[in-house]
Design a protein around this ligand. Sequence first.
Ligand code: ZN
Length: 183
Amino acid sequence: MVKVVQLDNPVLRQKAREVAPEEIGTPQLNKIIDDMKKAMDACYDGVAIAAPQIGKSLRIFMVSPKAFIPPDEEITDEKLKKFKHLIFINPKITKLSTKTVRLDEGCLSVRGIFGKIRRSEKATIEAIDETGKKISRGASGLLAEIFQHETDHLDGILFVDKATDLYQLTQENEVPEKKSKNK
Ligand code: ZN
């Protein structure tokens, strides 16, 4: 089983390389995408993951169907079935709103630590999907936050580099329903 690598792993600090067009659709690349999916879905609180988080220094990230369920709603298998895992290969943020929001953020590779971070409220991204098709997507809310968090991962940046008021969640003060959207 592929595990999510943690803070001390140097792969998280590398600038990931672009995926070449001829790699799209190959069994090797599809295996990496499948491993990302398994590693993320094994985390009850995982809403997105970048390839470096499973030790692969490639410009790929994925968004879980969980990201599309409103934060105040319970996540059920039935609701999850309505959405697909979205895959972004060689993503580029093409637009960021000047309006920012201060968010509580966490990361699957920095387990137990949360902090306040300022992100643009809206973001637009261009990428190719797992079939090689060009995609462009604008987002606000959690998805916009994910776009920014994940593209940072591809450049070797972790949220703890930018966050303030870092705090540790222990089992005693953990509120899973509040802190259930890690990436
Ligand atoms: Zn992360």
